[in-house]
Design a protein around this ligand. Structure first.
Ligand code: NAP
Length: 356
């Protein structure tokens, strides 16, 4: 059990990454069916920088009231105290799940109220209490740094490829081609899983150096989207005119048109992010209806994934002994630098903070 009663935290008033500040609270105590977790590592997501900037406001159901909050959603830690009736025991190594009430099936709007790191308090702190069903256990072979990367980026990438698959049967058809936009957390997690499942992978990036790293991870084809803004032509070339079966659409405004021009007939565009912006410029404007219709496309918005699919994904990681790509590990004191590093987009894979 903890020696000190103080819980060191980072806080944001949602007024800018540069303004995050340190605070302290008393270590909370677990109630019935809750556990107290000592947090070892936290991985950052693009979302965390948005929360700190006050810009995470595109989900109507998230209360955008600008209150001080501990940011951060993804953590790996150890249960140090179990409340009465808790299903987890002291000493178990665990990972947070992003939407705590999303246990199975399609996400519901009401699940948004259980988001860790807005609207609920986040994980950039030494201790946090969790409901016992809002955590998953960690495969032994993974380090704390690697494991912390999985909840948001990993689960989202897994769902983007497998949401239509029955549980326990991820896609393994070697004729399936998946396209990953950029080399951030979601894309690199997706690339590793796709290659472990024997799929073909295309990766786009603004950097030739990062594309070389992607090839080392098994990418079959790479495209520099700065050099080839019409990268759909390259994707069609690689797939011999068929098009890409699944696209992890992380770019948004400036990429979605290229996605519709790269997709195979009957393909899936998994709508995940908006790295190139949330607003169309005039030249980006689309008639989504006709674009979806002309190639019989499924356009599916994703919001992370349920706990049971997270556990399914962990089985795949363990079976294939996948080690998530950690770009850089920062200290707890260096959290502001870590956030700024992530916001600049120079990373490949995930950025992690070591708390303890
Ligand atoms: N819906 C969900 O549940 C969910 C879950 C996780 C993330 N997201 C969203 O998905 C997006 C990706 O998240 P992340 O955590 O992977 O972000 P990240 O790690 O911050 O990704 C940064 C990378 O994105 C790439 N990028 C930037 N602009 C791009 C563009 N125009 N085209 C292609 N790539 C571009 C860059 O790669 P290069 O340097 O290689 O060019 C950059 O390094 C974000 O918008 C995030 O909010 C949504």
């Amino acid at each position: 059990m903890a020696q000190s009663t103080q819980n060191k935290q980072w806080l944001t008033n949602q007024d800018g990454v540069g303004s995050i500040h340190r605070g302290e609270s008393t270590i909370p105590q677990p109630g019935e069916k809750e556990v107290l977790v000592k947090i070892h590592t936290v991985s950052l997501n693009y979302r965390d920088t948005e929360v700190c900037d006050g810009g995470y406001n595109h989900h109507k159901s998230v209360d955008a009231e600008k209150k001080a909050i501990v940011p951060g959603s993804d953590m790996c830690g150890t249960v140090v105290k179990a409340g009465p009736g808790a299903a987890l025991k002291e000493g178990q190594r665990v990972l947070s799940i992003f939407l705590q009430t999303h246990q199975t099936g399609q996400v519901q709007e009401s699940d948004m109220a259980s988001g860790v790191g807005l609207p609920l308090e986040g994980v950039l702190q030494e201790y946090r209490v969790f409901p016992d069903n809002a955590l998953v256990t960690v495969p032994d072979y993974m380090s704390d740094e690697e494991a912390a990367t999985l909840p948001i980026a990993g689960v989202t990438a897994f769902m983007a490829m497998n949401w239509m698959q029955p549980i326990g049967k991820p896609i393994t058809n070697p004729e399936t081609t998946v396209l990953f936009q950029g080399t951030g957390g979601v894309s690199i997690m997706g690339l590793q899983m796709a290659k472990a499942c024997g799929l073909k992978a295309i990766v786009t990036s603004s950097s030739d150096e990062k594309l070389e790293k992607a090839r080392q991870l098994g990418a079959d084809y790479t495209i520099n989207y700065k050099k080839f803004p019409n990268w759909s032509e390259k994707a069609m070339e690689f797939t011999k005119g068929k098009g890409v079966d699944i696209i992890l659409e992380c770019g948004g405004a400036q990429t979605v048109r290229q996605s519709f021009d790269s997709i195979a007939f009957g393909g899936l565009i998994s709508s995940i992010g908006y790295l190139s912006g949330k607003q169309d410029t005039e030249s980006d404007a689309l008639n989504i209806n006709v674009l979806a219709l002309r190639r019989n496309v499924t356009l599916k918005g994703h919001l992370n994934g349920p706990k049971d699919r997270f556990e399914e994904m962990l089985q795949l990681y363990a079976q294939e002994q996948i080690h998530p790509v950690v770009d850089k590990v920062f200290s707890f004191d260096g959290t502001k630098d870590a956030m700024q590093y992530l916001a600049k987009g120079g990373h490949f894979g995930k950025v992690v903070i070591k708390i303890a």
